[in-house]
Design a protein. Structure first.
Length: 134
């Protein structure tokens, strides 16, 4: 969330691209191909939802544009393709392990470069169903 503007609203950055899923075998698929609105409470704005099934051992991925603002020492930007490749290579891992791998890859790329924006990455992994023990 960015600092409040003059009228007290807090603009919120939108996620890059569409929500996607890393399948159990490392394939990437988008939940939907139409654009999502920025996340906000703007009056009169219709918020579109996406539906999709996240299967067993699949991981839902959401991230902000800060990933694309990472630059290495040569001034080259970290690409969305590199980020998605890292996630696809982490199939079968827990969300925590996949996140650690992604952050390590971003840090490795940046090394002596710069990072000018915040990065938000959300991974939600669906494992096996566990019985309710209540």
């Amino acid at each position: 969330v960015a600092p409040a503007v003059d009228d007290g609203r807090h603009p919120v950055k939108r996620v890059v691209g569409e929500p996607l899923v890393v399948s159990a075998d490392g394939q990437l698929r988008r939940l939907d191909d139409s654009g999502l609105p920025p996340l906000s409470s703007a009056p009169g704005r219709e918020h579109v939802t996406r539906k999709g099934l996240i299967g067993k051992h699949e991981t839902l991925v959401l991230y902000t544009a800060g990933i694309l603002a990472v630059r290495n020492s040569a001034g080259e930007s970290f690409s969305e393709a590199a980020f998605l490749d890292t996630l696809a290579d982490s199939f079968g891992m827990s969300a925590r392990a996949a996140l650690d791998d992604a952050v390590s890859e971003i840090d490795r790329f940046r090394a002596e470069g710069e990072h000018t924006e915040d990065i938000t990455i959300l991974l939600a992994h669906r494992g096996e169903a566990t019985p309710d023990k209540s």
